[in-house]
Design a protein around this ligand. Structure first.
Ligand SMILES: *[C@@H]1O[C@H](CO)[C@@H](O)[C@H](O)[C@H]1NC(C)=O
Ligand SMILES: *[C@@H]1O[C@H](CO)[C@@H](O)[C@H](O)[C@H]1NC(C)=O
Ligand SMILES: *[C@@H]1O[C@H](CO)[C@@H](O)[C@H](O)[C@H]1NC(C)=O
Ligand SMILES: *[C@@H]1O[C@H](CO)[C@@H](O)[C@H](O)[C@H]1NC(C)=O
Ligand SMILES: *[C@@H]1O[C@H](CO)[C@@H](O)[C@H](O)[C@H]1NC(C)=O
Ligand SMILES: *[C@@H]1O[C@H](CO)[C@@H](O)[C@H](O)[C@H]1NC(C)=O
Length: 257
C-alpha cells in the first residue's frame, strides 16, 4: 500500500474521537468547510521533516520465479526522503452535483539502504555490498466524484472513485557485482518491472483502495455529524497526531522492490 494511502487511512481513523450531536445533510458550504478543515489537518499531520530513518532488515529472501529472481538481501542505515513533500492538485468542486475532485501525490519519495545481496535477479547472478537507492516520482492517487451524505446524523461518503498514479521509478545500485549484464541494465530491468506490475494491478488496486477508504471513512464518522467532523479536524490541526501517524506506517516502507 502506498505511502499516502496509508497516511490518509491512519489520519481518517483518528477522526473517530468526535462527540455526537444531530445535524442536517451537508450543504455546499459545509463541504467547503470540511475540505478546508481536512487540508489543514493533513498539513499539520505531515511530518515536520522531509526524511526519516527506515528499519533494517536481515537476510530477507525475495523469490519471484516468473522473472527468474531469488535473492537474499540485508539492508541497513535505511533512510526515506521526501516524506512530507505532498502535492494537492487538480482540485475542483462542482456546486451543482456537490462532487469534489483532486489528486494527492508525493513528488519524490526516495529510499536509500546500505545493502548486502546474494542470489539471482532477472536471471543474473548478483552479489556483494553496496548502496541501493529507489526514487518513486508522482506516486499517489486521483479522487473523483467524491460526494458526502448524512445518514442518521452520520457523515458518510456517498460516492468515491479513485485512480492510483505513479509517474516514474528510478533505481540506482552501486557496488554490487552483476554477472552477464551491466549494473545499468539491471537497474532498467528493476524499473520496468515495478512500472509493469503497477500498470497490471492498477485498476484492481484502485478499486480495492477506494473501497477501503470508503468503509474506513464511514466507520470513523459513524455517529458524527458534518459539523462535528469539521470541528474535530480544526481542534486537532495542531500537529499532536503527527508522530503517531508517521511511526505507525514508516515500518511498512522498508520493503524495497
Ligand atoms: C517535529 O515534531 C516533533 C513531534 O511533534 C517534535 O518533537 C520535534 O521537535 C519537531 N521538530 C522540528 C524540527 O520542528
Ligand atoms: C529525489 O530525491 C532525492 C533525495 O532527496 C534526490 O537525490 C533526487 O535527485 C531526487 N530526484 C528527482 C528526480 O528529483
Ligand atoms: C437509521 O437508524 C434507524 C434506527 O436506528 C435504522 O432502523 C435504520 O436502518 C438506519 N438507517 C441507515 C441508512 O443506516
Ligand atoms: C459506508 O460505510 C457503511 C459501513 O461500512 C456502509 O454500510 C455503507 O454502505 C457505506 N456507504 C457507502 C456509500 O459505501
Ligand atoms: C503503463 O501504462 C501507461 C498507460 O496506460 C503506458 O503509457 C505505459 O507505457 C505503461 N508502462 C509500462 C511499463 O507498461
Ligand atoms: C492539540 O489539541 C488537542 C485537542 O484540543 C490537545 O489535546 C493537545 O494537547 C494539543 N496538542 C498540542 C501539541 O498542542
Amino acid at each position: 500500500m502506498n505511502f499516502l494511502i496509508a497516511f490518509v487511512l491512519v489520519a481518517t481513523a483518528a477522526a473517530a474521537h468526535c462527540v455526537p450531536i444531530n445535524q442536517a445533510s451537508p450543504t455546499e458550504n459545509q463541504i467547503k468547510e470540511l475540505t478546508a478543515a481536512t487540508l489543514l489537518f493533513f498539513h499539520s499531520a505531515l511530518p515536520n521533516t522531509s526524511f526519516a530513518p527506515l528499519p533494517s532488515f536481515v537476510n530477507e529472501r525475495l523469490r519471484i520465479p516468473e522473472i527468474d529472481t531469488d535473492v537474499t538481501t540485508t539492508g541497513k542505515n535505511g533512510m526515506a526522503y521526501g516524506i512530507n513533500q505532498v502535492l494537492l492538485s487538480q482540485y475542483e468542486f462542482d456546486a451543482s452535483t456537490l462532487a469534489t475532485k483532486f489528486s494527492l501525490t508525493s513528488l519524490n519519495f526516495t529510499r536509500v539502504y546500505d545493502i548486502e545481496v546474494e542470489g539471482k535477479l532477472f536471471g543474473h547472478k548478483v552479489s556483494g555490498e553496496g548502496v541501493l537507492r529507489q526514487e518513486v516520482l508522482g506516486e499517489g492517487y486521483y479522487v473523483s466524484n467524491l460526494r458526502f451524505e448524512e445518514i442518521n446524523h452520520s457523515l458518510q461518503i456517498a460516492s468515491l472513485e479513485l485512480n492510483l498514479l505513479m509517474d516514474d521509478v528510478i533505481v540506482d545500485v552501486e557496488g554490487v557485482t552483476v554477472d552477464g549484464c551491466s549494473v545499468q541494465q539491471l537497474e532498467k530491468l528493476m524499473e520496468d518491472y515495478v512500472l509493469t506490475k503497477f500498470n497490471e494491478s492498477r485498476e484492481e488496486q484502485s478499486k480495492l483502495i477506494a473501497g477501503i477508504m470508503k468503509s474506513q471513512f464511514n466507520k470513523s464518522w459513524a455517529g458524527y455529524s458534518t459539523d462535528e467532523v469539521i470541528q474535530w479536524l480544526r481542534d486537532n490541526s495542531n500537529g499532536s497526531g503527527q508522530m503517531d501517524f508517521i511511526q505507525k506506517h514508516i515500518n511498512s516502507l522498508a520493503r524495497v522492490l
